[in-house]
Design a protein around this ligand. Sequence first.
Ligand code: BYC
Length: 316
Amino acid sequence: MTTTAADPAVYEAVFEAALAADERIEPRDWMPDAYRASLVRQIAQHAHSEIIGMQPEANWITRAPSLRRKAILMAKVQDEAGHGLYLYSAAETLGVGREELLDKLHSGRQKYSSIFNYPTLTWADVGAIGWLVDGAAITNQVPLCRCSYGPYARAMIRICKEESFHQRQGYELLMALSQGTEAQHAMAQDAVDRWWWPSLMMFGPPDDESAHSAQSMAWKIKRHSNDELRQRFVDICVPQAESLGLTLPDPDLRWNPARGHYDFGPIDWDEFREVLRGNGPCNAQRLSQRRRAHEEGAWVREAAAVYAAKHGEARS
Ligand code: BYC
């Protein structure tokens, strides 16, 4: 059978060969529609998580206990906005518009990470988010630097460097509280108790219930399964908790020499599903705040568009 350059089988073969050789797929390369759709789904969810993720911590900017802590927290929250921008830009290279993606977020048709539907009740939550949530994000995202889609992989390199700083600021903050007064230590422990299980849920459903993992791994979008990364995170956290002088709220957590990993107790997947359905403690608040911020920012977008149009005219 003869083939021509227009034959879809040829394009498919070139795409598969690039994946097999661990080469990057770039925006102008041919790619299967389902690959494109899955990337848009994941990158959009990731971008939405970054900008919704600004809310729980921004809640504490005005109440940070010192100028130093306030400056650090403001920088971190601004970094999250930047991550959102890199990721929306990466999604745009796949042919979707940012307005369309934001519209899907605001109307509840696209998800954002379950973790941001929990409240930040005390200052120690800022530390627990940095240590656990950013720690989980790094564990999940470092392998995404090797994602087969070039613009996403490149965005992840910078994001991971910044997340690494975020994780350390959370760890350092918790260390200060843990070694502080009895009340400060108790506040740190309470925050870790509340954020531990939701952080494990960030990695997504267990492998046998993960709808997209097998295909995403075949396409080299994901390099590891949800359970593999969750286990890696638990193994990293246990000694860190010991150094912090804090405990993790899991009576089943213990070293298993046969597996070479820590065993951990069952995750409450009913809670996870409820949060995904919109019934977490803060889902409604997060979305309404996001919609309000978008509406209040309309004049900035309009001004930027007018400026860009004028700037373009002046250059042409
Ligand atoms: N929350 O087949 P599965 C951050 C959805 S960190 C909500 O395993 P996949 C940050 C999933 O989308 C957080 N939904 O999916 C940190 C799918 O639903 P759809 C963001 C979740 O894609 C600090 C369904 O469940 N990180 O941004 O193979 C400060 C079945 O799941 C969750 C990323 O997005 C969840 N936790 O694997 C500020 C990293 N888990 O799409 C910001 C990139 C699963 O069919 N994303 N679902 O409606 C990924 O690595 C993967 O998308 C996941 C899920 C591991 C999250």
